[in-house]
Design a protein around this ligand. Structure first.
Ligand code: AMP
Ligand code: MG
Length: 828
């Protein structure tokens, strides 16, 4: 194991580990040991490229059934449909050539087919098809871990870290190499201070402006690493570009699982078995029995601390898209590599790749992401993190220049490394409720409550057969509590979206996190010219997810979560305890319906009220902070200050106007105004009005900007705009004075709540263009720095800053091309 210590940094006195050596969360708290895997690949060992593992099955779009929560798979960033290179086919001679020859032989025999009956011909075609399919499997197995490489890894048998596997198919020159474009120092410090990134940052800097192949940071075309620091970078880049597979495939039984699933076989063997059962040619459990057995085995494994190994996975979920039920969705291009726990803070982070290839949930798409959408997600997540909005974070973005992604045009591919304590969503419950898989809902709920929310009074699992009443387990209700927690967390997040002028763009229920983080940065945008009706997603013609409707759409999502968990909530109301394993299995559908009704009658309204009142409180608190007011009391609520402000902001640039307002408290102080304005003291009021007029107009001669960005408000509109703003400004100034705080201090505080830099759409677009055209990683780095420190005085002269630098910063803070007519491209 490679351990280095961060020299001189008090923040992380602990050891740092290369990415494969990051400490994993303890087995008991792992998602994969608490939830059910896809039956096609029931354990990490199924990723071994053995004849019956059928690797193409984990890339084939299909319904993933039997109560499954996730699918094991390895990242595979290749263009889709897959094309295997000719030399590879030759290499696969021993395995695949025989099949190829047989197919050819049969084609040569085609003229004999005239003599066959229709039935014989069909059977023959089917056989030929099967052979072709098998050949694909043979090719694909070369991209999976080879049986010979299992068990011999440096850390074989250890449950705390991963082994790196590089299958032969990924070694050849045709496998796309990767280039690290950026690593966020903020994500590293906030989430993974124990990660050793080697010389990655220096490497990125040194490769600015260079073109491949010299700029590859890992992969078959990159120069092999020579120092330890280079090794850590290579390993990081290889893992984050989806080439290197990090897994533990040996497990306790050296890949031999005692599961009946494994005996039935995985991949095609499993499917063939199922087909035989359906035809009555073989006997097997019913689906119900099978689910019960699988849950039982999982329980047993967890109880015994049995080590099944570890491998990446994609989540199965469903959702409502634009208000309509969309059925199974799932991680179509997201693959979670590992869950790590910071040894010092105990915080948990799930490391996930977005755009690393097909999964069973990819439907018709390629599982890849464009450079543009990846950079958008990378910068957007980090910008939101710095604004203090709960969000998934982005550690890195890696481009794969030789991998092409077809959208409206051909794009280069890239992969974002995203971090979140959990990637579970409201849709994670909906998939199971839509299929009446109540045991899966129970397992998921217990896991979220106990391991993610940390509610130690929630009992997880137990045996399905053993009646809990007899074993004396007290099962505290958790379902309603869980929904309320999800509601509160999302209410807070959405309130902060509003306060920060953030538009998510696709608030489908599959994009609403159970932990309340902002997730899935697609067509998001930050508000520039303020318009409450702003729509940022150009496929949202009706404006369902317009800025002003985001809170309402939050209510919709929470209502769907209530619907999904209604039988469990109803059960808890009726029985006064949470359901034990098996309890829900025994209920008939009319009993389930009665429980749903009970939940709707007794819980729905209150939960929605919890959501809306939390949102209102957080919204007021957030605005009070932006306005430098200590009292977020009710008199400053909707009626008094905030709604009139929003009306007054119409057509003004949201970020710059609010940043300008920060100067007001100090300005009032400098003009001798302090203390409350006494009602009826017309002299004082007149003086205040005069000062406010000066403030709003600015003074060019003194280099003092006015309240408005002159590029936004044309000359002829200024006086009308001023009239619109004046009454509010007067009200606001009075409130500031009434609080009686020191003006300079309030101004300083407000500057920490009103960012100078906001990531505007045009800025991201420009960064991407520069990357595409000139491999300009410096532009990306500059904008990243501004994203992670948005409150600094960007664009103002400061020591050590050249004039060009200052003006470039000011340009990046400016309105540029406004959002309207410049919506995010849909080339995702
Ligand atoms: P979104 O609304 O962006 O969250 O996407 C909806 C669903 O489509 C999710 O399940 C995504 O994983 C999936 N998806 C989006 N783009 C792709 C892609 N290029 N390949 C595979 N799946 C995708
Ligand atoms: Mg999504």
């Amino acid at each position: 194991m490679q351990i280095t210590t961060k020299a001189g940094s008090a923040a992380s006195a602990g050891a740092r580990h290369s990415i494969l050596n990051l400490p994993l969360v303890p087995p008991q708290q792992r998602l994969t040991l608490n939830l059910l895997p896809d039956p096609v690949a029931p354990s990490p060992a199924a990723l071994i490229g053995a004849p019956e593992s059928s690797p193409s099955l984990v890339r084939r779009a299909r319904p993933v059934l039997q109560g499954s929560h996730f699918s094991y798979l390895s990242p595979l960033p290749l263009s889709f449909p897959y094309e295997f290179p000719a030399e590879e086919a030759e290499e696969a001679e021993s395995l695949g050539n025989k099949l190829e020859r047989e197919i050819e032989q049969e084609q040569n025999d085609a003229n004999k087919d005239a003599e066959l009956t229709e039935e014989q011909q069909q059977a023959k075609e089917l056989e030929a098809h099967r052979k072709r399919m098998r050949q694909i499997e043979v090719m694909m197995q070369r991209y999976e871990v080879q049986p010979s490489s299992v068990g011999g890894g440096a850390s074989a048998g250890s449950t705390s870290k991963l082994e790196g596997h590089l299958p032969p198919g990924r070694l050849g020159q045709h496998f796309p190499s990767a280039r690290l474009l950026s690593i966020s120092p903020a994500a590293l410090e906030d989430c993974l201070p124990h990660l050793d990134i080697g010389d990655s940052l220096e490497w990125i800097k040194s490769q600015h402006g260079r073109a491949r192949p010299e700029s590859y940071s890992s992969g078959p075309m990159a120069s092999p690493p020579s120092s330890d620091a280079a090794k850590a970078r290579f390993e990081l880049s290889d893992l984050l570009s989806g080439r290197l597979i990090g897994a533990q495939l040996a497990g306790n039984g050296n890949g031999q699982s005692a599961d009946k699933d494994a005996q039935v076989g995985t991949g095609t063997a499993y499917l063939a078995h199922k087909e035989a059962v359906e035809k009555g040619a073989a006997k097997d459990e019913t689906d119900q029995e099978r689910i019960e057995r699988r849950i039982g085995e999982l329980e047993e494994r967890r109880r015994q601390g049995d080590d099944v190994g570890y491998a990446p996975w994609s989540l199965c979920y469903a959702g409502h898209q634009f208000g309509s039920w969309a059925g199974q969705l799932g991680d179509g291009r997201a693959i979670t590599l590992l869950e790590t726990k910071d040894p010092t803070t105990g915080e948990r982070w799930d490391i996930q790749l977005k755009g690393a290839g097909r999964t069973p949930y990819s439907r018709f798409a390629d599982g890849l992401a464009t450079l543009g959408s990846s950079v958008r997600e990378f910068l957007g997540s980090e910008a939101m993190g710095a604004l203090g909005v709960p969000t998934s974070r982005a550690l890195a973005v890696v481009s794969i220049p030789d991998l092409k992604v077809l959208r409206e045009r051909i794009n280069g591919a890239a992969i974002t490394t995203r971090l979140c304590p959990s990637w579970l969503r409201i849709g994670s419950f909906q998939i199971h409720s839509s299929r009446s898989e109540w045991e899966s809902s129970r397992m998921l709920g217990e896991y979220v409550a106990r391991d993610l929310f940390g509610w130690t009074d929630v009992v997880k699992g137990g045996s399905i057969e053993a009646a809990d009443a007899a074993s004396g387990v007290e099962r505290k209700p958790w379902a309603r509590r869980l929904i309320e927690e999800v509601a509160r967390r999302n209410a807070r997040t959405i309130a902060l979206w509003q306060v920060n002028g953030f538009m998510h763009g696709v608030m489908n229920t599959d994009n609403i996190s159970l932990l309340g983080h902002t997730i899935d940065y697609g067509p998001y945008a930050f508000m520039d010219i303020f318009d409450e009706g702003q729509i940022c997603n150009h496929s949202d013609g009706e404006g369902r997810y317009a800025y002003r409707l985001q809170p309402t759409m939050g209510v919709f999502a929470i209502r769907e979560l209530v619907n999904a968990l209604a039988p469990l909530v109803g059960f808890e109301i009726q029985e006064g305890r949470a359901p034990a394993p098996g309890d829900l299995l025994r209920l008939k559908s009319d009993e389930i319906n009665a429980l749903k009704k009970l939940a709707r009658e007794q819980a729905s309204e209150e939960i929605e009220t919890t959501f809306t009142s939390t949102l209102m409180d957080e919204w007021k608190r957030g605005w009070a902070k932006r306005l430098g007011l200590q009292d977020a009391g009710s008199e400053d609520g909707k009626g008094r200050l905030i709604e009139p402000l929003l009306a007054a902001l119409a057509d003004l640039d949201f970020p710059t106007t609010l940043r300008s307002l920060c100067r007001l408290p100090a300005f009032l102080k400098a003009h001798g105004l302090s203390g409350a304005i006494i009602e009826g003291d017309s002299d004082m009021e007149a003086r205040l009005k005069e000062v406010l007029r000066d403030f709003a107009l600015g003074d060019k001669a003194q280099g003092r900007e006015g309240l408005y960005d002159e590029k936004v408000v044309p000359e002829y509109m200024r006086s009308a705009k001023m009239d619109q703003f004046r009454p509010w400004l007067l009200d606001y100034a009075k409130r500031l004075l009434q609080e009686g705080r020191d003006g300079d201090q309030v101004t300083a505080e407000m500057k920490k709540a009103n960012p100078r830099f906001v990531l505007r759409n045009w800025v991201t677009t420009e960064v991407v263009e520069k990357l595409e055209k000139d491999n300009d990683t410096e532009a990306l780095e500059r904008v990243l720095q501004m994203c992670i420190r948005p409150f600094e005085d960007w664009g103002l002269p400061a020591e050590g800053k050249s004039e060009e630098q200052v003006s470039e910063e000011a340009r990046l803070c400016s309105i540029g091309r406004s959002l309207t007519g410049n919506l995010p491209s849909c080339s995702s």
